[in-house]
Design a protein around this ligand. Structure first.
Ligand code: MN
Length: 705
């Protein structure tokens, strides 16, 4: 393990004014916190944070970053807390450590590669300070360098994650060396056969052609010296992973690959870059279409260089990059160049990209006004129109800015949204209209039977949530309408003596061109369709007879049209009751109820009996029945009785008292009714009245039929 004095020496190399007391304290604190913890390799755990700090010294980073590296696992893995780190090392470092902890949690909880892009965005969105990502990348790099001590399946998972998330992230940070090393380490785990075969090919090639890299480097150097330009030349074979990727992309065998070697010429000035380009093009043949001038047109991440590809003596192509030392530094360190120190001061590299500019280069959608603010805060609010939240399992949910827990719930599943009752953000209960922020962990609390509220429409911002809520509200209305429709259908069918069975309703629905019986009931309930129309559709013959009321003059079936008839006064039969006719000479036919005692005297005269039945349709309320009522003798009671009967749409045609006592009246009321059903309705209404002591149908056998 690198001891604290060695580490301070590494920092002092590039930053003599380093606060070594601070680094010493952080080193001691970290070691104490991780005391008794060990890595998979068996080494003391603290070797890891120290190694991460050492990696960051290679990038010549500031003290805060080095200290963060030493402490980066304390909040996560030890009893140390944010508050304690803040007290001991200040808010800046506590924030940085906290930022790394958050990214570590994220990495631990999800590895779905389909979310890789989300993750990369999230990493940036969550890191208020890019140094958090620099520490995180160094952390990953060290873990990848020491991955051998992990279990094979864990190795594969970490390697996948490195390829999907960390290597591209390093690339975006402009740190090419970091990207290449991460890729190589990942490749070594994921496809060792391919990597080894490429390395073997390089060795064979070298045996056949000699040390090509050295030869070409020497040639280039010779040419620049002849031209009187001071320059350094670095050559190398391309990394196995990038060779392998090129083979995959172009579907080429190794032997057919060109430019597997790359050369860099590093010089002192921009003018020298162009002079070197001229020298190289004079000496070797330039491959058309491969020349790129990123000096006159730098990449948005600040990358500057001239690229060209030339054919070597054996016809093999080599790529040459030409740049100044300062340009090279930016190309290697990327955004980290901004924090780099040399001889105790922040490096004033004119090409170092301000992190804010670097960010805006990535997003390319920020306008000038926003830009200044970014410069000041060095914050990564790059995806300003989005927020990223976590599920309790650690999956990332991407939502538009302004989204609420309800949007989040619907983003997970419509069922979760529909049954949402409340939400917790970072473990604390919040109102459903709370706006979500980046990096929050959101938990939705659901309840069975909970339905979306109409007010939710105004709370949510996503189209998905809005649509789901509207759909659910419509369904709920529909449920009510269907229920109401059932009632209406039942009443209408009963009225014509039929049953509103599912089958009958289904048939009617089909005939009316509706999708199914539920749709029919919903339309009935919402009054889009009348019950009468349904009955008519199904029973046209009944509909015809029910359509107009039964002719009051001919309420019975079974008599010739010219035959006169009347209802018997003894039994007062009404439609719905079984009846029989008795012929009286000169008086026509008298209609009796089948159970009327007056019929006894005709038992011996079957010729006088006539079979009759009531018309099946709707009768007019014109069949008078006499009711025998006993009511209390209180003011207003009689009036109330009359009102009750009127409310049942029955008419009182006569009223006579048969007995008057101080406590009660007894009276007979002649009421005009439609049918036996109507009679029951009237009697039920009267029975319910407390002032009615007794009620009965009056049958007077003394009265003449
Ligand atoms: Mn770590």
């Amino acid at each position: 393990m690198i001891d604290v004095e060695d580490l301070i020496a590494l920092v002092r190399n590039y930053n003599p004014r380093t606060n070594d007391a601070l680094i010493r304290r952080a080193y001691a604190y970290g070691r104490q916190m991780h005391e008794g913890q060990f890595r998979h390799s068996g080494e003391p755990y603290f070797t890891h944070p120290v190694a991460v700090a050492a990696i960051l010294t290679e990038q010549r980073l500031d003290d805060a970053t080095i200290v963060t590296a030493l402490l980066h696992d304390t909040i996560e893995d030890t009893k140390s807390t944010y508050t304690e780190v803040a007290r001991l090392f200040g808010e800046e470092i506590a924030e940085l450590v906290d930022g790394v902890t958050k990214l570590t949690n994220l990495e631990l909880t999800s590895t779905q590669s389909k979310q890789a892009e989300n993750f990369r965005k999230l990493f940036m969105a969550m890191s208020k300070d890019l140094r958090v990502i620099l520490v995180k990348l160094a952390d990953r790099l060290h873990n990848m360098r020491t991955i051998k001590s992990m279990k094979p399946e864990k190795q594969a998972q970490k390697a996948r994650e490195t390829m999907d998330i960390f290597a591209p992230l390093a690339g975006r940070m402009g740190m090419q060396w970091m990207r290449e090393e991460l890729e190589d380490l990942g490749f070594r785990v994921l496809n060792p056969e391919a990597r080894n075969s490429i390395i073997r090919r390089f060795i064979t090639l070298q045996r056949e052609t000699g040390d090509v890299v050295h030869k070409i480097s020497a040639d280039i150097l010779l040419e620049t010296e002849r031209a009187g330009i001071e320059a350094d030349v670095y050559g190398r074979a391309k990394k196995p992973y990038s060779v392998w990727r090129k083979m995959q992309e172009k579907d080429l065998a190794f032997s057919r690959l060109s430019d597997i070697y790359g050369f860099r010429v590093i010089c002192g000035s921009e003018a020298d870059c162009y002079r070197i380009l001229g020298v190289i093009h004079q000496r070797w043949r330039a491959v058309p279409g491969r020349f790129k001038d990123y000096i006159s047109q730098p990449k948005s991440n600040g990358y500057r260089s001239i690229h060209t590809t030339v054919s070597g003596r054996d016809g093999k192509r080599v790529e040459v990059q030409i740049r100044t030392r300062q340009m090279h530094e930016v190309a290697e360190a990327g955004v980290a160049a901004h924090w780099s120190y040399r001889e105790g001061v922040r490096v004033q590299n004119p090409f170092a990209v301000d992190p804010a500019k670097w960010i805006s280069g990535l997003t390319e959608r920020l306008d000038e006004d926003d830009h200044d603010e970014f410069m000041e805060n060095v914050k990564l609010e790059m995806y300003t129109d989005q927020v990223f939240c976590f599920t309790p399992k650690g999956d990332v949910i991407q939502l538009p800015r302004g989204a609420t827990p309800l949007d989040y719930a619907y983003a997970i599943h419509t069922r979760i949204g529909n049954s949402c009752v409340s939400a917790k953000i970072d473990g604390i209960r919040v109102p459903l209209w709370t706006r979500l922020k980046n990096g929050q962990s959101v938990e939705i609390i659901t309840a069975e039977g909970q339905r979306p509220q109409a007010s939710w429409i105004d709370i949510v911002t996503t189209g998905r949530a809005k649509a789901a809520i509207r759909r659910s509200l419509r369904e709920e209305d529909r449920g009510r309408f269907v229920k109401l429709g059932q009632e209406l259908a039942r009443a209408a069918f009963d009225h014509v003596g039929r049953k509103a069975t599912d089958k009958a309703l289904r048939t009617a629905a089909k005939m009316l061109g509706l999708s199914d019986e539920t749709e029919l009931l919903a339309q009935l309930g919402s009054a889009e369709l009348t019950a009468r129309r349904v009955v008519e559709t199904l029973y046209p013959e009944l509909a015809r007879s029910t359509a107009p009321e039964v002719d009051a003059q001919r309420p019975v079936v079974g008599l010739p049209a010219d035959q006169s008839f009347r209802r018997a006064q003894c039994c007062q039969p009404v439609p719905g009751e079984r009846i029989v006719g008795i012929t009286y000479r000169g008086q026509g036919v008298v209609i009796h109820a089948i159970d009327c005692r007056a019929l006894e005297e005709f038992e011996e005269q079957p010729a006088r009996w006539v079979d009759l039945h009531w018309h099946a349709g709707r009768h007019a309320a014109k069949h008078t029945i006499t009711l025998d009522l006993t009511i209390s003798n209180d003011a207003g009671v009689l009036g109330r009785i009359c009102t009750l009967i009127g409310e049942q749409k029955a008419n009182i045609s006569d009223l006579r008292f048969t007995d008057r006592k101080p406590d009660y009246y007894r009276l007979l009321a002649d009421v005009d009714l439609r049918d036996v059903e109507h009679l029951h309705m009237v009697m039920t209404a009267l029975e319910a009245e407390t002032d009615v002591a007794q009620i009965a149908r009056h049958r007077d056998m003394t009265r003449k039929p």
